[in-house]
Design a protein around this ligand. Structure first.
Ligand SMILES: *[C@@H]1O[C@H](CO)[C@@H](O)[C@H](O)[C@H]1NC(C)=O
Ligand SMILES: *[C@@H]1O[C@H](CO)[C@@H](O)[C@H](O)[C@H]1NC(C)=O
Ligand SMILES: *[C@@H]1O[C@H](CO)[C@@H](O)[C@H](O)[C@H]1NC(C)=O
Length: 472
């Protein structure tokens, strides 16, 4: 019995625990190449900061005897990294390699021998054929952000040549024999720690991923990773939760993300796939917050419109209104009856909204007298765009279907109200919604990231944002 339960649990759990991401992010080879350039600029700086301590020692040299030597003021003059690559190791991480790099340094030498004789001069040190190889793994930290670490590093110096200026030739032999190697070791020892900091320098950047992005006073978006980053042959893929929540109250909607796969595009550095689930979780949140309703009064309708919210206009269609409530202004309350749903079809983003419209006459003492309630099914098209680091949208009305829910003003032909309500939607409801949608919703972002060459495509079940990025 026990074993049987275990087997059943074992079979169930992987399925229930694995959460499909609402948002997928792909870093392409082009993006990794940009990362390599940034990494090498950092590496160059790090190698420039190599510090070789002063050297001093004593060496017996025949026939002169004991020679004291000092090397000081050793400074890096130039660093060159002509060859480097960042390669993906599928399933594991990234390998960064540098070959043929060089460092040139200079410094001063001094010697003292036979108690009183002193010489000094300068020297140059050229370290060539420097190679560095490090493997980097990418994981998820405890906050759901990516984190990198360098798992192994090796550095080798091909050759080091010292050239002395001033002094006698026997001195050169002394230096080349003892000092060459010491300098070379001192430098080699410092390379891997620096390569490791180039990698770990990325973490403060990665820590800026907005795992909980505040939208407004009602909503926030969770962008934490739901699984470890996946390193593929030509991309690094991140799976983010991509779910809107009411601020401080994380209630799951009665629907969950469907699996989707990013297409094999690679013209841009970065691709962000946002599923219909993410957008629908937003609708769920705002509907829960009770902000998807709108009260419409006559002053909200442009003066130029022939449509007026009063019992004269409506009385033409429903004579009972003119009879019972002569000469009064009216109010319409548009209320979402269930969470609107958005569907993404190729090149087509459509939102279906089920609302009720309640019409009131406003009595002179401000009391609202309910006249009738309509069920209104609206289909709107959404055009989405990226603005700054936000996804924004604008909607237009496709069509609406009206049915009568209840009436206090007798029976009437609902279709006769069609054009008035279409007008009210086009003049008031849609523009109000668009003001909100234009404010935009934060996309996942890291550091001071700027988007360039950004495009957005609507595909089946998700939108695909392809973009290049620039870090300032
Ligand atoms: C080398 O430097 C040390 C400390 O800076 C100093 O005490 C010593 O006299 C120097 N030797 C020579 C040969 O200049
Ligand atoms: C867009 O999709 C909706 C359903 O998702 C459909 O009703 C509508 O006809 C489509 N529009 C176009 C222009 O294909
Ligand atoms: C407001 O006026 C209406 C119509 O004249 C009346 O039925 C209603 O009782 C009044 N309400 C208040 C609070 O005075």
């Amino acid at each position: 019995m026990f074993l049987c339960c275990w087997l059943v649990l074992g079979a169930l759990f992987p399925a229930t625990l694995s959460i499909n991401p609402g948002v997928k992010v792909r870093l392409t080879e082009k993006g990794i190449e940009y990362g390599r350039q940034l990494g090498m600029a950092d590496m160059q700086q790090k190698l420039n900061s190599i510090q070789v301590p002063d050297f001093s020692g004593k060496q017996r040299v025949s026939p002169i005897g004991k020679v004291q030597y000092n090397l000081s003021n050793i400074r890096v003059l130039k660093v060159g990294i002509p060859k480097s690559s960042v390669d993906l190791v599928p399933g594991t991480g990234v390998r960064m390699s540098i070959g043929d790099a060089f460092i040139s340094l200079n410094g001063n030498w001094r010697v003292k021998y036979l108690r009183i004789i002193k010489h000094s001069g300068s020297f140059e040190l050229n370290v060539n054929g420097l190679s560095i190889a490090t493997t980097i793994s990418i994981k998820t930290d405890e906050t759901g952000r990516p984190a990198v670490s360098s798992d192994s590093c090796s550095a080798a110096v091909g050759s080091a040549k010292v050239k002395f200026h001033g002094g006698a030739s026997w001195l050169y032999n002394l230096f080349t024999r003892f000092i060459d190697k010491a300098l070379r070791n001192a430098i080699q020892k410092q390379i891997c720690p620096r390569a490791t900091t180039v990698v770990s320098d990325l973490n403060p950047q990665l820590k800026t991923l907005n795992v909980l992005a505040k939208v407004d006073k009602y909503a926030e978006i969770e962008y934490s990773m739901v699984s470890s980053p996946t390193v593929l042959k030509s991309s690094i893929d991140l799976s983010l939760k991509g779910e809107f929540y009411n601020i401080g109250k994380h209630q799951e909607p009665p629907f969950s993300p469907a699996a989707f796969n990013l297409p094999p595009q690679n013209n841009n550095m970065l691709y962000i796939g946002m599923s219909a689930f993410t957008v629908n979780s937003a609708a769920f949140v705002y509907n829960n917050a009770g902000v998807l309703s709108l009260s419409i009064t006559d002053d909200m309708i442009p003066k130029s419109s022939p449509i007026r919210l009063n019992t004269i206009t409506f009385g033409v269609i429903i004579p009972e209104i003119a009879k019972q409530f002569p000469g009064l202004m009216m109010k319409l309350l548009v209320k979402m009856e269930k969470t609107p749903t958005l569907t993404f079809e190729p090149n087509n983003a459509t939102v279906q909204a089920t609302t009720t419209v309640t019409a009131f006459a406003i009595q002179p003492n401000s009391t609202l007298s309910p006249l009738f309630v309509l069920n209104l099914e609206a289909s709107v098209s959404a055009r989405m765009f990226v603005s700054e680091m936000k996804l924004a949208a604008a909607v237009t009305l496709n069509k609406m279907d009206l049915t009568l829910d209840k009436s206090n003003v007798g029976d009437f032909q609902v279709s006769a109200l069609n054009s008035i309500l279409q007008g009210v939607f086009k003049l008031v409801v849609i523009p109000t919604v668009n003001v909100q949608l234009a404010k935009g919703y934060p996309l996942p972002t890291i550091g001071k990231m700027k988007l360039m060459n950004t495009q957005l495509d609507v595909l089946k079940d998700y939108i695909l944002i392809g973009t290049d990025v620039q870090f300032s």
